[in-house]
Design a binder for this molecule. Structure first.
Ligand code: AGP
Length: 609
């Protein structure tokens, strides 16, 4: 997704903006740009390609100034190019705009503006915003932006600056996130927290329909009608080190290795090892409504959807409650039937995924109770659901979700035990057993991570392959899906996840020596069944790698390679069997020279449909 950033204060703006854009890179982009204001002039610099190109250009021809805006563009309207890169300007070049989102009615606006004499330089939807503001401008940027906003349809997080109204940035939010950093006589606007926490921990989260005017002496908040809005800064506890690589080659590898701690952090303060109780009152859900829940519907996208599939197993087993799991992008357009006895759980790491947010909004219209499981504080989905259960994974910079998947599993396990206790489906002894099992998972994860080198050696042998099949049954089926997603999204190898039982219904036709099969085969209720799938593959000269328990001696002579994992409660094997698949995908991609942290065409948060 695009990223916007703006600064106004006493410092040189270029290093702040460029460093900020680097911390927005993980969102995915194809071009970047900056506009700096100095002595009544705007100096723009834009590049097609990486921020390193922009930095190189700025080093060769420096820009000076104390306020300005920057942007990373993920092309939606208009191909990736320098001229389509933001910031975009009006006819006179006296004001610029940066934008994340999509202006749905930009063609009508562009036609009208052209009839009014405006000349356009780009193919983008964003440029219409600059010309709209220009058309309304009299003597106040704030007033011109406010009037322009009335005409925009669609999603936008924008920041505008004008030489006619100097030392001021006007930003507005409708859809994609926008936050305001409150420093010491310096202010920031940005798409997310990461670029700001090295400068300030005091952050204001704009809501939809809100705008802000930041100047060196303060920040003023308004709604789109111009009414003053009171906003209280939140103190952010994330520390800057959390968004550095910490000696790892890629953020993704660092985040894979953070998973034991992330599970500990997500469990911490929410369980009692004495009583076996789970405490989730923090989610802020009315107890009488939770008590009355007769069904759960989980809605999510991508990796979060795979976590949701595991949530189904957890909730049906531990809470004794029926669960449906839906792709948000499908659910939002279906004729779904909900009532007040349904709890809808929306899982979203970023809390900004457009389809998940849209699904939540239509769910709320039908009166169902909604619970968000999010990783980003005050994100849109977290704010709009009736309650929120935060995963404590810290910022996830790699586009491929890893540690947040483990954190989502931990959160879902807690929710399942909590509802199981509330509904009398779990007695304290059973709850304690599950909680003790959860408590042991981080250490078992560490054992697997200590074996990373051997997983890398195995992965190296598969760098040249172009196709992979991942199989699993029961709780290992979502793991197979997730393992396949990891491989395809960072190495660009075609990989499919399938339930083992489906092999006979088609996929077995694919098996040959050019399509290795990864099988997730812990000793659980379907062990014998997945073994038969392995033999089906083997008899067709397929090459099989198995993720299996350390203690499983039988598997060794049934497959070519085994990746061993420690034993754990059958319901919780995904916490352990996923790690080798993350590492396997990572090492293949890294050795293929892929852009692991920012895979092509992908964004960390898909805030547009
Ligand atoms: C997973 O590795 C991808 N980054 C992607 O599938 C992601 O899980 C999906 O876009 C959902 O994102 P969210 O959890 O922020 O809603």
């Amino acid at each position: 997704m695009c990223g916007i950033i703006g600064y106004v204060g006493a410092k040189e703006v270029v290093p702040i903006i460029v460093d900020g854009l680097k911390k927005l890179e993980y969102r995915g982009y194809d071009s970047a740009g900056i506009a700096v204001f100095e002595e009544g002039k705007i100096n723009r610099r834009r590049v097609k390609g990486k921020i390193a190109e922009l930095e190189k250009s700025l080093n060769e021809e420096p820009l000076k100034g104390h306020y300005g805006v920057g942007h990373t563009r993920w092309a939606t309207h208009g191909r990736p190019s320098e001229e389509n890169a933001h910031p975009h300007q009006d006819c006179t070049g006296s004001l610029v705009v940066v934008h994340n989102g999509i202006i749905e009615n930009y063609l009508q606006l562009k036609k009208r503006l052209q009839q009014e004499g405006h000349t356009f330089q780009t193919e983008t939807d964003t440029e219409v915003i600059a010309h709209l503001i220009e058309g309304y401008y009299e003597n106040s940027l704030e007033q011109a932006v406010q009037q322009a906003l009335q005409e925009l349809e669609g999603d936008f997080a924008i920041a505008a600056v004008s030489v006619k109204d100097p030392e001021k940035i006007v930003a507005a939010k409708m859809g994609p996130p926008a936050v305001v950093g409150i420093g010491e006589n310096e202010y920031f606007v940005c798409s997310d927290l990461n670029p700001l926490i090295t400068h300030t921990k005091e952050i204001v989260f704009l809501e939809d329909g809100e705008m802000v005017v930041v100047e060196p002496d303060g920040a003023r908040f308004r709604d789109f009608s111009g009414n003053e809005v009171t906003k209280t800064p939140e103190h952010i506890t994330w520390n800057p080190l959390m968004i550095e690589k910490g000696g790892f080659k890629h953020f993704m590898l660092k985040e894979i290795f953070e998973q034991p701690q992330v599970v500990r952090d997500t469990l911490q303060g929410r369980i009692s090892l004495d009583t076996g109780k789970v405490f989730l009152d923090e989610v802020g859900m009315p107890a009488n409504r939770m008590d009355a829940i007769k069904k759960v519907v989980i809605v999510a996208c991508g990796t979060s959807y795979h976590a949701g599939l595991l949530g189904k197993y957890f909730l049906e087993n531990m809470a004794g409650i029926p669960v449906d799991v839906e792709y948000a992008s499908e659910y939002r357009y279906s004729d779904f039937i909900l009532d007040k006895e349904v709890l809808v759980v929306v899982i979203s790491q970023s809390g900004e995924t457009a389809d998940s947010l849209a699904a939540l909004r239509s769910i709320k219209e039908r009166g169902a109770l909604s619970l968000a499981i999010c990783n980003v504080m005050n994100s849109s989905i977290a704010r709009e659901a009736n309650g929120v259960l935060y995963t404590h994974a810290g910022p996830e910079i790699g586009v491929a979700a890893t540690k947040t998947f483990s954190a989502q599993m931990a959160a879902l396990a807690l929710l399942a035990i909590y509802l199981g206790q509330m509904r009398g489906n779990l007695d304290p002894k059973e709850s304690l057993t599950f909680i003790q099992e959860l408590q042991r998972i981080p250490h078992k994860m560490e054992i697997i991570l200590d074996r990373a080198k051997s997983i890398e050696e195995l992965a190296l042998r598969f760098v040249p392959f172009s196709h992979f099949l991942y199989l699993g049954r029961w709780v290992s089926f979502p793991v197979a899906l997730e393992g396949a997603l990891k491989l395809k999204e960072i190495s660009y190898i075609h990989a499919e996840g399938y339930p083992g039982g489906e092999m006979k219904h088609g996929p077995i036709a694919l098996i040959d020596d050019l399509m290795p099969t990864m099988v997730v085969v812990p000793k659980d209720r379907v062990y014998d069944k997945i073994l038969s799938n392995i033999s089906e593959v083997k008899t067709r000269i397929g090459y099989v790698i198995a993720v299996a328990f350390d203690e499983d001696e039988d598997i060794k002579d049934k497959v070519e390679d085994v990746i061993p994992v420690p034993q754990v409660h059958p319901l919780f094997t995904p916490f352990l069997t996923t790690l080798p698949l993350q590492l396997f995908a990572y090492y293949i991609a890294a050795h293929r020279g892929a852009d692991v942290d920012q895979p092509r065409n992908l964004a960390k948060s898909v805030t547009v449909e």
